[in-house]
Design a protein around this ligand. Structure first.
Ligand code: G1P
Length: 272
C-alpha cells in the first residue's frame, strides 16, 4: 500500500492490468494485508465527504467501480516464496491461461504500458506455455533477478528462452536480460511448481518451474520492454525514492510546483 505520487503502488498495478484487458483480478496477500481489500472496496462515507468538499480530482482517484473488473482475494499462509504464492491461485485460474504481476514493479511512467497485452497476444499466436517480460540490466545487477539464456531474436522484441537462472552472480549470468515482474502462464505451471524443490531458504522459486518448462521442450518466450515501459522497482529504497520523484515530477497538476521545490532542495544540498 506504499504510495508513489498520488496512489498506492498496488493501484497502479491493477490499473495497468485492467488497461491491458484483465477483468478478474486475484490478489494473493498475507497476514496483515487487509488494507488492500479495504482500499479496493467502495467507501460511501469517503465519496460523500469528497463530493461535499467538491474534491472532484480526488474522487477520480477512488472510483474503482469504473475499472470494470472483479476483485478476489486469497492469502498465502506461509512465506514460502513466489512459486508458492502462484500455487495459491490454482483454483482461481482453473484450466485457463493467466497473467502474473508482481506488486513491487510498475511498468511505465504512471503505469502506462501495453506490455502485458503484447505478451498475451504472443502467448496465443505462438502457442506458448509461458511468456515473461524482460529488460536489460547492468551485469553487476544480475544477482537481484531471474535471468534468461535467450536464443537469437526471431521476431522484433521477442526472444526464445532456452534456460533461466534465479539470481545468478554476474560471472554465471547467461545474459543481462532480467525477468521484469510480468508473466503469462498456461495452467501447466501448477504441476511443475509442485515438483520444484525449495531453495536453501525454503522458498519455491517460480523461475525454477519455468526452467522445467524449458527442459520439457515447451515454448517459453520473452518480450522485451520498450524504453517507455521501463520497470519501476519499488522493492528497495533507492529505486523507490527515484520512482516517487519521477512520478511526482510528471504529475499533471502538481509536477511543476514539485520541480521548483526539488530544484531549491538540490541547490540547498549542493555539494560545495
Ligand atoms: C522476483 C523473481 C525474479 C524477478 C524479480 C523482478 O524476485 O523471483 O525472477 O526477476 O522478481 O521481477 P524478487 O524481487 O521477489 O526477489
Amino acid at each position: 500500500m506504499l504510495p508513489v505520487g498520488r496512489k498506492p503502488i498496488v493501484q497502479y498495478v491493477v490499473e495497468e492490468l485492467v488497461a491491458n484487458g484483465a477483468r478478474e483480478v486475484l490478489f494473493v496477500t498475507g497476514r496483515n494485508k487487509a488494507s488492500i481489500e479495504n482500499h479496493f472496496d467502495s467507501d460511501p462515507e469517503l465519496i460523500r465527504a469528497l463530493n461535499q468538499g467538491n474534491k472532484q480530482d480526488l474522487l477520480r482517484e477512488v472510483e474503482f467501480e469504473e475499472l470494470n473488473a472483479n476483485f478476489f482475494y486469497t492469502r498465502q499462509r506461509q512465506q514460502r516464496g513466489l512459486g508458492d504464492a502462484i500455487l495459491c491461485a490454482e483454483n482461481f485460474a482453473g484450466e485457463q491461461p493467466f497473467v502474473v504481476a508482481l506488486g513491487d514493479s510498475i511498468l511505465g511512467l504512471h503505469a502506462h504500458s501495453r506490455a502485458v497485452a503484447r505478451m498475451v497476444e504472443l502467448f496465443e499466436q505462438r502457442h506458448a506455455s509461458c511468456v515473461v517480460a524482460v529488460e536489460e540490466v547492468a551485469r553487476e545487477e544480475t544477482m537481484h533477478y531471474g535471468v534468461i539464456h535467450p536464443a537469437p531474436e526471431d521476431q522484433e522484441g521477442v526472444l526464445r528462452v532456452l534456460q533461466l537462472v534465479e539470481k545468478p552472480s554476474p560471472e554465471d549470468a547467461p545474459s543481462n536480460y532480467a525477468i521484469a515482474g510480468r508473466y503469462v502462464f498456461s495452467p501447466l505451471i501448477f504441476d511443475l511448481l509442485r515438483r520444484v524443490q525449495p531453495d536453501k531458504r525454503g522458498e519455491i522459486q517460480l523461475t525454477d518451474a519455468i526452467q522445467m518448462l524449458c527442459e520439457e521442450g515447451k515454448r517459453v518466450l520473452a518480450v522485451k520492454l520498450s524504453g517507455e515501459e521501463r520497470r519501476y522497482d519499488i522493492g528497495n529504497f533507492p529505486s523507490y525514492f527515484e520512482t516517487f520523484a519521477e512520478f511526482a515530477l510528471a504529475d499533471p497538476v502538481y509536477g511543476e510546483g514539485f520541480r521548483r521545490a526539488l530544484e531549491e532542495m538540490l541547490a540547498r544540498h549542493a555539494v560545495r
